[in-house]
Design a binder for this molecule. Structure first.
Ligand SMILES: Cc1cc2nc3c(=O)[nH]c(=O)nc-3n(C[C@H](O)[C@H](O)[C@H](O)COP(=O)(O)O)c2cc1C
Length: 210
């Protein structure tokens, strides 16, 4: 556990990446596994993740992300996009997956499907969007810890104009909106931020024992 905490102290939101270092295919696949294995409400995973390799697209995204250099200088860029039109058909697709994966009859899962539908369908569009976005942040937490475990640097990013990114990636037509970006790679030795002590709320304020 000590090394887990050491990793969390080692990581920081990287501002300047070393443009010469690339995350290996193997490590990238591990990070994808981490995202895929993340927990979500009911297991529905109401989001998708785009991996942006195209340099021209990254340049356009950088403009939409307040010019932040991580977008073009990092090794890889993930764009997390949450579902904006979550509906019963997504639940049906999930139930088909459960049925196939666990070798269960769809009919036996109907009660579970109906229960999920009864909880999610009545939500307003805004509430549904908030809920789908929240699920993606669980994967963000896992991704940041796993990257630190692999000694891969990362920067989670909400500093962007969502409408512009949605447009560049044509997300809205597909029923998605940008939730956050994550750049990964290796810190530049010139990134002074790596030397800053962590600023955190004292545990006495953060935690209340009742
Ligand atoms: C959801 C989220 C969005 C963030 N957006 C940005 C961003 O756009 N640009 C940036 O440089 N850092 C961004 N950060 C990094 C935070 O500022 C940083 O995590 C926080 O100050 C704590 O510092 P540390 O992560 O270096 O320990 C973001 C962090 C999170 C979790």
């Amino acid at each position: 556990m000590n090394s887990y905490i050491e990793n969390l102290n080692w990581r920081y939101a990287t501002k300047k990446f070393d443009t010469n270092k690339k995350v290996s295919h193997q490590d990238l696949e591990l990070l994808k596994d981490v995202i895929q294995l993340s927990a979500s409400s009911y297991g529905l995973q109401p989001y998708k993740v785009l991996l942006i390799e195209d340099k021209e697209t990254r340049k356009k995204l950088q403009v939409a992300a307040w010019g932040q250099s991580q977008i073009t200088e990092s090794s890889h860029l993930f764009v997390f996009a949450n579902n904006t039109n979550f509906n019963d058909s997504h639940i049906d697709t999930y139930i088909q997956n459960v049925s196939k994966t666990r070798n269960l009859n769809i009919e036996d899962l109907k009660g579970y499907a109906d229960f999920m539908k009864s909880k999610i369908s009545p939500l307003t569009s805004q509430a549904k969007e908030n809920w789908t976005a929240k699920q993606s942040y669980i994967a963000l937490g896992n991704l940041l810890s796993a990257a630190a475990f692999l000694k891969i640097d990362a920067c989670p990013m909400e500093g962007f104009e969502a409408d512009a990114i949605n447009k560049i990636l044509d997300l809205e037509k597909a029923g998605f909106k940008t939730t956050f970006l994550v750049t990964i790679g290796y810190r530049s030795k010139d990134d002074q931020t790596q030397h800053y002590p962590k600023v955190r709320t004292p545990k006495t304020e953060l935690f209340t024992t009742i």
